[in-house]
Design a protein around this ligand. Structure first.
Ligand code: OXD
Ligand code: MN
Length: 589
């Protein structure tokens, strides 16, 4: 008798009409075979895959996407709850029946002449009580290989799926790649993601943003847990004690660098657990426990170097668990190596740009696309935490909310308590980046870095956060950080990268009640003497500027937060209005 998964796959095949169906087993051999095929398949801007210098970049391949398909397309992303209200002002909405009709029309025969890959996969360790079994179909071998890197794909997942009906279904087709026929639609009540017209990671690797954040946040709301856009890391102090923390930052704000940072502070080291997604559950002991449902990184290449992120450079060249994919980076023709802006060493003389065109150093355009990416297994990370595969996850002592703000937001602020901490997250704003299509550098509200990823009304989501806090026996302390504050000449005040450990040390010292803090209207900030600044050549006035709370700037910010909160009407928890009111009174006095 056919299993529910087989039945679902058969139904989708009737709709999409592929030439053949291939059930992926997730082995390396299979991935290499798909790469071989892709290397001989020509498209608009070269072969589907290009083998890179294998000596220097073992098992690494270059892929160029369609030039109009290089980032998440938030305006084409929908969350289709039966009621518009549950999707909230933070999501595009279509009535589910109407959306399915539209997608059925676009998907009819969309895989004609192509192979349909069936990808059974797990988000989370198969033995974890928090893991979820899923299946995705796709007509892109690039997506199939990427999913092998990013998830636990193969036989074990299929086994888990066998006797189930509640698995998460993902239908993906690149369609004709036309932006006018591109939609990424979510049906939370059906555990279904339906994506057509894009091969870009965030739109096409359906286990990632679509399932592990949008659908999972809704599951979390219904089941009492949180799916968050967060890094997970362990910080080992000189005594050998490890403190686990999570950090939410908007896309392309340095989560990957943070997750595997090489500490500039002696005696401290980072253990990596995840760079993008955390599922947070209340454990049997009443503490908050985090797992990373993914097994890979889909990271931004430009700016990655031995200076900014040496551990990622080592990860990319390790070649232990393979393959490694580079998407839309430039190609050094002399050495057959990938290249991007910010990589170590001089700019190579002979380069092809991300579209496969010859590139000149004086060109106004970047050689690598600003959102060019690598897809690489987390098992290649030299700093991988021994707890990574622990099915229970790790207990979280602190949560950080960060954003990219040239002005206003202090280097670090601690929330007065859980409710105020939730307010710190809810009020977050950040300057936009190339990870999503649209203008770069505008401040937009991005609560908990979840604006593009929360699968339901953010007002309801804030209430859920408050409720989780009430159920925790020992809630983590909550902080806001900003590595990006600028001086009057537009230069960064804080050196960032490995020096961020100095801020993390203060956070851990606060968690362990080792230091005091100074109360301001916007939260608790460090006494400058409590920051470990040995070896850092930072003038005192710069430091003071980094933690300054400028009241007139905050008055403007409060108006922006008010406008943002108002959109959620009755759904915005009263507690958050109270927090805003209290902050306003304190700022004005
Ligand atoms: C990502 C993103 O790819 O946030 O992680 O866009
Ligand atoms: Mn992300």
């Amino acid at each position: 008798m056919a299993t529910a998964v087989e039945e679902w796959v058969e139904e989708q095949a009737k709709l999409a009409q592929p030439a053949r169906i291939h059930w992926c087993d997730g082995t390396e051999g299979e991935a290499l075979r798909l790469l071989e095929i892709g290397m001989s398949e020509e498209k608009l801007n070269g072969p589907v895959f290009w083998e890179l210098n294998q000596k220097k970049w073992p098992k690494a391949y270059l892929h160029r996407s369609h030039p109009t398909d290089v980032a998440r397309t938030e305006h084409l992303t929908y969350v289709c709850h039966p009621s518009r209200e549950m999707s909230g002002p933070n999501n595009n909405w279509m009535e589910p029946g109407e959306a399915k009709q539209l997608l059925t029309r676009l998907s009819t025969g969309c895989m004609k002449g192509r192979t349909m890959y069936v990808l059974p996969y797990m988000m989370g360790h198969p033995d974890s009580p928090y893991a979820k079994a899923c299946v995705q179909i796709t007509d892109s071998s690039y997506v199939a290989i990427s999913m092998r890197i990013m998830t636990r794909l193969g036989k074990q997942a299929l086994e888990k799926l066998k006797n189930r009906h509640d698995f998460v279904r993902g239908f993906h087709s690149i369609g004709d790649l036309s932006p006018t026929r591109r939609f990424i639609m979510h049906f939370p009540d059906d555990n279904l993601v339906w994506s057509i017209g894009s091969g870009y990671g965030g739109n096409a690797l359906l286990g990632k943003k679509c399932f592990s954040l949008r659908i999972a946040s809704w599951l979390g709301y219904r089941q009492g847990w949180l799916a968050e856009h967060m890094v997970i890391m362990g910080i080992e102090d000189p005594r050998g004690e490890i403190t686990y923390i999570c950090g939410a930052f908007p896309s392309a704000c340095g989560k990957t660098n943070l997750a595997m940072m090489e500490s500039a502070l002696g005696g401290y080291r980072v253990w990596t657990l995840g760079d993008d997604i955390a599922w947070l559950n209340i454990g049997p002991d009443g503490r908050l426990w985090a797992i990373n449902p993914e097994t890979g990184y889909f990271g931004v290449a430009p700016g990655t170097s031995m200076t900014s992120n040496p551990n990622m450079m080592r990860t990319l060249r390790r070649g232990l668990f393979t393959p490694t994919l580079f998407t839309n980076v430039a190609l050094n023709l002399d050495t057959n190596e990938p290249w991007w802006e910010g990589l170590d060493g001089p700019v190579p003389e002979k380069l092809l740009d991300w579209q496969g065109r010859p590139w000149k150093p004086n060109s106004k355009e970047k050689a690598a696309h600003p959102n060019s990416r690598f897809t690489v297994s987390i098992y290649n990370t030299p700093t991988l935490s021994p707890e990574f595969d622990n099915p229970q996850g790790v207990p979280i002592s602190a949560i950080i909310f960060g954003g990219r703000r040239g002005q206003l937001i202090p280097l670090v602020v601690e929330g007065f308590d859980w409710t105020h901490g939730v307010f710190l997250g809810a009020r977050m704003g950040s300057e936009t980046t190339a990870a999503a299509a649209g203008e770069v550098g505008l401040v937009r509200r991005d609560p908990m870095a979840m604006l593009p990823f929360c699968g339901y009304n953010l007002g309801v989501y804030f209430r859920h956060w408050l409720n989780i806090g009430n159920r925790l026996s020992k809630p983590p302390k909550i902080f806001s950080v900003n590595w990006f504050r600028l001086d009057e000449n537009g230069r960064f005040l804080w050196p960032g990268f490995g020096e961020n450990m100095r801020v993390l040390k203060w956070i851990i010292d606060r968690v362990k009640n080792r230091v005091g803090a100074k109360e301001t209207p916007v939260g608790l900030v460090p006494h400058l003497d409590d920051l470990e600044l040995d070896g850092l050549n930072l003038p005192r006035e710069k430091l003071a500027k980094l933690v300054e709370v400028n009241m007139s700037e905050w008055k403007r910010e409060i108006e922006e937060i008010k406008k943002f909160f108002q959109q959620f009407g009755q759904h915005l928890p009263r507690e958050l209005w109270d927090q805003l009111g209290a902050m306003e009174r304190a700022v004005k006095s």
